[in-house]
Design a protein. Structure first.
Length: 160
């Protein structure tokens, strides 16, 4: 099922029984825990999520996230767009004991009810792949406006 907007809630058991795929967009402004990490809330995340059971009958939730996140470059303190292309492989669990018994290739996804928030799952995955210190790539140094320490030491910068 492909739609413009990713549904906010879903029943992973029902979707896994149908081996369903759900995809769509989530607006950054709807991901409240990301607000303090972003420069503005304009933008969206595309998520493609597949629900199924593996050969051992574990419910698995696999998918991809794609986005351009507006973040602050920690070199020049200007806005930049951080590209995200993130794959995930989760299995819903209700307890810590269930999480510990999962095969190693699954990350536990702690759920408290049959209806889960896909938006919260997207937000969790974005937080996990968020850069510690976002910076323009070195090749974009002129765009960034940053200069390296060797230029500073040699006195060859106009800003020194």
């Amino acid at each position: 099922m492909s739609i413009d907007h990713l549904p906010q809630f879903a029943d992973p058991v029902r979707l896994a029984q149908a081996s369903a795929r759900v995809s769509g967009y989530v607006q950054l402004m709807d991901l409240v825990r990301l607000h303090d990490l972003l420069v503005g809330e304009v933008g969206e995340v595309f998520a493609s999520v597949h629900f199924s059971y593996d050969e051992q009958r574990y419910l698995c939730v696999t998918g991809q996230l794609q986005a351009q996140l507006p973040v602050c470059c920690q070199r020049c303190m200007q806005q930049m767009w951080w590209p995200v292309a993130h794959d995930f492989c989760l299995s819903p669990v209700a307890t810590e004991a269930e999480a510990e018994s999962l095969p190693n290739h699954y990350e536990p996804w702690l759920v408290t009810s049959r209806q889960v928030s896909l938006w919260a799952m997207v937000e969790d995955e974005l937080l996990l792949c968020f850069p510690v210190a976002a910076m323009h790539p070195v090749k974009d140094r002129l765009v960034c406006g940053a200069w390296d320490i060797e230029e500073f030491r040699n006195g060859s910068t106009e800003d020194a």
